[in-house]
Design a protein around this ligand. Structure first.
Ligand SMILES: NC(=O)c1ccc[n+]([C@@H]2O[C@H](COP(=O)([O-])OP(=O)(O)OC[C@H]3O[C@@H](n4cnc5c(N)ncnc54)[C@H](OP(=O)(O)O)[C@@H]3O)[C@@H](O)[C@H]2O)c1
Length: 312
């Protein structure tokens, strides 16, 4: 057990540990605290040092049993349906996986130990993109079903005494055993000299996935009185999608020629894409969270990608 962990031998439970953020999170958290458990739904994962268990978060009794039996010291809720088009086309199932699942978590925590610190991931897509950068108490106005459902889930978490909503910007990092971030798609297109259309009218503050784990750990270890409310986690650089592609090409030594400029209006459902949802992260900055620049994050991704290639 890490000497600095305040959680003794009790578990930190991460839902959605088979997902992109969840797997990165548990792999890093277990270096700080040896009792980490993660859940999966349809993609069983095996991660050194991490206990993994199945959970369908839409099954309320199952969620309650898990919390009752495990008695976690803290919970990080990553599990969700994250495909925006899928959420648009399957509103009922998307609501179950995002809103009902969060309600089940909140019920389970109230039943067992209401004082448990709980961090639930939300998204920059709760904003309409018209008045960035967004501070934590800016008025939301989601454009698409995914953003609307994530916004609906937020106040459920905030009913918990130590409920925290962590709104993340677009996340990037090296691939996990089960998932890729948008970087993998860009790398593949550029490496194969395949057309890569990227928006020049859509801006984000991409956040390096390691920095999310740092944010989570900081929030789990601040004094209990500060463990409530909404926090924003975005990287320090505001970049358009096409700028991200060009930086990636430069850092990874890939050709820029396949990159082609697109406008959101060029694509089906472009109207559901927020133009600029850059996040201002004052509350996390106040606990000395200092996210990595996009270029440095890319360098770290390249280093780990190369290490993966040399061991495979
Ligand atoms: N990635 C981003 O750029 C981004 C940006 C902003 C916010 N976020 C938020 O961050 C969180 C993690 O995102 P991610 O990119 O890691 O998502 P992801 O890769 O799509 O992973 C989703 C995870 O949720 C699990 N899951 C889905 N439905 C479930 C259910 N009914 N019960 C239990 N587990 C279920 C999946 O399990 P299986 O794979 O085993 O089926 C998987 O582990 C989400 O809340 C997302 O909204 C992500």
């Amino acid at each position: 057990m890490s000497a600095s962990s305040p959680f003794a031998d009790r578990f930190i439970l991460v839902t959605g540990a088979s997902g992109f953020v969840g797997e990165h999170l548990v792999r890093r958290l277990v270096r700080r605290h040896s009792a980490v458990a993660g859940t999966f739904l349809s993609n069983p994962v095996s991660i050194d040092g991490v206990v993994t268990v199945p959970l369908d978060a839409t099954d309320g009794p199952a969620f309650s049993r898990l919390i009752r039996d495990m008695r976690p010291a803290a919970i990080v809720h990553c599990a969700a349906q994250t495909n925006t088009n899928w959420c648009e086309d399957n509103p009922h199932e998307a609501r179950l996986a995002i809103v009902n699942a969060t309600a089940n978590l909140v019920t389970a925590v109230f039943e067992r130990a209401p004082d448990t610190p709980v961090i639930a991931f939300s998204t920059d897509l709760v904003f309409d993109g018209q008045s960035a950068p967004y501070v934590e108490d800016a008025a939301p106005g989601p454009l698409n079903a995914y953003g609307k459902l994530k916004l609906e889930a937020e106040p459920l978490i905030l009913t918990l005494p130590r409920g925290m909503v962590l709104r993340s910007a677009l996340v990037y990092g090296p691939p996990t055993s089960r998932r890729d971030s948008f970087l993998s798609w860009m790398v593949k297109q550029l490496a194969n000299w395949d057309d890569l259309g990227l928006f020049e009218d859509e801006w984000r503050t991409p956040v390096f996935v390691d920095d999310l784990e740092d944010a989570v750990w900081r929030l789990l270890t601040v004094p209990a009185a500060e463990q409530s409310g909404i926090f924003h986690a975005g990287g320090p650089d505001r970049l358009s999608r096409i700028e991200m592609g060009r930086r990636l090409a430069e850092v990874f030594g890939l050709p820029e020629q396949p990159i082609r400029a697109l406008l959101r209006s060029d694509v089906h459902r472009g109207h559901l894409r927020a133009s600029d949802v850059s996040l201002s992260c004052g509350r996390l900055r106040a606990v000395q969270w200092n996210p990595t620049s996009f270029d440095n994050g890319l360098q770290e991704c390249l280093r780990r990608w190369s290490a993966l290639r040399s061991t495979s």
